[in-house]
Design a protein around this ligand. Structure first.
Ligand SMILES: [Zn+2]
Length: 303
């Protein structure tokens, strides 16, 4: 066999074994099970995610509004996979484009997936579900390239709170879980029968935390501008429990798939809120704090 072919096979199988080896502790079975080391920058990085988001400790920010294109278009050909670590949706008919805010480029949605329980906590509170809408900077041709640059990826994080009211959009995803739940169907895409608009998964975007962080799964690339919305959406515990039934290995259910909190390491976390009153003394305070925040945000995001 040709030397390079052997190298390719060895390298590919190494990459595959690494990719399939990582996992989460099963906290339903053992709350004290330590969080595993995932290796590389996951362990050594200084800008890792998720983190706890504090309303009090955050810098106040004011930016142009975020702009969303096509998020409310119903997607007819969505594909769902169970990749052993989450449920992921992709195959959007329309290009879903995010711009505005502190973003310097256009970002398009690559995939949507979820974590049960939430990865980010707000004021130390963990929520039952977090949806991640993963966007790629359009100046990079694909996610692999984008992951090499600090402005490569934007992830919108939406947290869900416990309620008696089932969430309709989440319900439409759950209806299709049967096709991908079992370990036998891992990585095999199934067509999502019910059409779904990504906008249905997103509450108000007027108020959010933003900070520079990483992917929360290996490779843990520090390429992510996080936008975590402060408004949460309702979901029932019965709905969350449906996700806990998906299998990550033969006979093994994925009871939880959130990464433990990472050190903030003195990063700027900016809280962007819709200003309520721009007049008088309050307006002046807001302008001074805006200048201060923009200087800081500029240092963190643009350099
Ligand atoms: Zn995620």
């Amino acid at each position: 066999m040709h030397f390079f072919t052997i190298c390719l096979i060895v390298c590919c199988s190494m990459a595959l074994s690494w990719a399939s080896d990582w996992g989460y502790p099963d906290l339903d079975n053992n709350q004290d099970e330590p969080f595993p080391k995932w290796g590389g920058i996951c362990d050594s990085g200084k800008k890792q995610s998720p983190i706890n988001l504090h309303a009090k400790g955050a810098l106040k920010g004011e930016f142009d509004a975020l702009k969303f294109e096509n998020y409310n278009e119903y997607q007819k050909n969505l594909q769902m996979i169970n990749n052993g670590h989450t449920i992921q949706l992709s195959g959007f008919n329309h290009e879903l484009t995010l711009s505005g805010g502190a973003l310097l480029n256009d970002f398009v949605v690559e995939q949507v997936h979820m974590h049960w329980w939430s990865e980010h906590t707000i004021n130390e509170i963990r929520y039952p579900l977090e949806v991640h809408i993963v966007h790629r900077n359009t100046i990079y041709p694909n996610m692999t390239m984008a992951a090499n640059f600090k402005d490569g990826i934007v992830v919108i994080g939406v947290l869900y709170h416990v309620s008696n009211t089932p969430n309709e959009a989440i319900g439409r995803i759950i209806k299709n879980l049967g096709a991908v739940k079992s370990y036998d169907s891992i990585n095999q895409p199934a067509l999502v029968a019910d059409s779904l608009a990504v906008g249905d998964l997103v509450p108000s975007v007027e108020s959010y935390f933003t900070y520079a962080g990483s992917l929360t799964t290996p490779s843990c690339a520090e390429a992510v501008t996080w936008i975590v919305l402060t408004e949460t959406f309702p979901v029932t515990l019965d709905q969350v429990n449906e996700f806990k039934e998906i299998e990550s290995a033969a006979g093994k259910q994925l009871h939880n798939n959130y990464r433990e909190l990472q050190s903030e390491n003195n990063r700027a976390v900016v809280l962007v809120e819709q200003p309520e009153d721009r007049s008088g003394a309050a307006g002046l305070t807001a302008s001074v704090s805006l200048i201060f925040t923009l200087i800081l945000a500029g240092q963190k995001f643009l350099m």
